[in-house]
Design a protein around this ligand. Structure first.
Ligand SMILES: CCCCC/C=C/C(=O)SCCNC(=O)CCNC(=O)[C@H](O)C(C)(C)COP(=O)(O)OP(=O)(O)OC[C@H]1O[C@@H](n2cnc3c(N)ncnc32)[C@H](O)[C@@H]1OP(=O)(O)O
Ligand SMILES: NC(=O)C1=CN([C@@H]2O[C@H](COP(=O)(O)OP(=O)(O)OC[C@H]3O[C@@H](n4cnc5c(N)ncnc54)[C@H](OP(=O)(O)O)[C@@H]3O)[C@@H](O)[C@H]2O)C=CC1
Length: 296
């Protein structure tokens, strides 16, 4: 029987009652699923992103959702803007009086061979994913968590072997993980934990719209490469985020949890065939000993 993951939770009801969270990119896809899960467990949630239209639609859906127990609010914020991020954290605190949890989910990238990336395109992706995460962490810490403790989860990406055609994003996400490790140590004395969740390929209509015509061929190529033979759901990512925020993860900090159906165990999100011809790759020794099947 199909289960409605969007309206139920694997966690006990009321688990996060009396807590408050800020979720960046909380109006769509994975961020919206995280907001919904937190609200279902009794947490008050501020969602922020650039588009007021997306935020309004999300807020409307969350407020109509009978499973959402906590209070929801929204505030436009571009995480690349220091002033916006400062205002988003201040707004969340003003509304709910506390900020126990921060989820840095807002982000993204575009597909491009590295050789074609402009400096501005590289900068846009690094600013969105790495600078934006840093700014939100710093503001949450200085405005509230330094005195009161808290838990932070950053959404990164399965990319430990790099991410061909998304080199800008792979570099930024690796930076986010290293940032998390530094902050986990620096801020431990304030009772702040910080971890990352690295999704594999998760189907979100909003996320894949971003890739236009390139999205479908990618899906066709990647699904067979996942050991679980399917893509992930936003709710599967949200569930991992909630566990890391919860007191059940009290001894976990500075870590990255992959939610990827095993994809990180077997290679790249992009099939190697997609990275071009390899006949130019040099050989040392006698190339003639390699049978045809050993050299494509
Ligand atoms: C199919 C593979 C899936 C793999 C798994 C991953 C899935 C996901 O992550 S799903 C999430 C998808 N959602 C998003 O990515 C949404 C957020 N993304 C964005 O907003 C943009 O990608 C952004 C991060 C680049 C920010 O855009 P914006 O601030 O609007 O950027 P500008 O228009 O100011 O452009 C700056 C710079 O970047 C170049 N650029 C932007 N888009 C593209 C593109 N599609 N292709 C090539 N270049 C692009 C743009 O040209 C600018 O550079 P210059 O022209 O040199 O000034
Ligand atoms: N889906 C997948 O397979 C994977 C996704 N991820 C990451 O997970 C996160 C969520 O992705 P997903 O839900 O799939 O896709 P979405 O496109 O639905 O989510 C991206 C969200 O980030 C927000 N956002 C983008 N740029 C900014 C910005 N500058 N300031 C504030 N908010 C911003 C967007 O809202 P708005 O446009 O209103 O600003 C949107 O809500 C992203 O960081 C994504 O890269 C990682 C690995 C795989």
């Amino acid at each position: 029987m199909a289960r409605d993951y969007g309206r139920s939770s694997a966690f006990r009801p009321g688990l996060l009652a009396g807590k408050a969270a800020l979720v960046t990119g909380g109006g769509t896809g994975i961020g919206l699923a995280i907001a919904r899960e937190l609200l279902t467990l009794g947490c008050d949630v501020s969602i922020v992103s650039r588009s007021a239209v997306k935020l309004d639609a999300a807020l409307d859906a969350l407020r109509r959702d009978g499973a959402c127990v906590g209070r929801a609010r929204a505030q436009p914020c571009n995480v690349r803007s220091e002033a916006d991020v400062r205002g988003a954290v201040a707004g969340a605190l003003e509304a709910f009086g506390r900020l126990d949890f921060l989820v840095n989910n807002g982000g993204g990238q575009f597909i491009s061979p590295a050789a074609d990336l402009s400096a501005n395109g590289f900068r846009a992706v690094v600013e969105t994913n790495l600078l934006g995460t840093f700014l939100a962490c710093r503001e949450a810490f200085t405005q509230y968590m330094r005195e009161h403790g808290g838990a932070i989860v950053n959404i990164t990406m399965v990319n430990r072997n790099g991410f061909p055609r998304m080199a800008h994003s792979g570099a930024a996400r690796a930076g986010v993980l290293n940032l998390a490790r530094s902050l986990a140590t620096e801020w431990a004395s304030s009772g702040v934990r910080i971890n990352c969740v690295a999704p594999g390929i998760v189907y979100t209509p909003s996320g894949f719209e971003n890739y236009g015509a390139m999205g479908e061929p990618f899906l066709n190529a990647v699904t067979p490469a996942v050991p679980c033979k399917r893509l992930g759901t936003a709710e599967e990512v949200a569930s991992a985020v909630v566990w890391l925020l919860s007191e059940g993860a009290a001894y976990v900090t500075g870590q990255e949890l992959s939610v990827d159906g095993g994809l990180s165990l077997v290679g790249y999100p992009f099939p190697l065939a997609d990275t071009g011809e390899h006949s130019a790759f040099p050989v040392y020794g006698d190339a003639a000993v390699l049978p045809p099947a050993a050299r494509l």
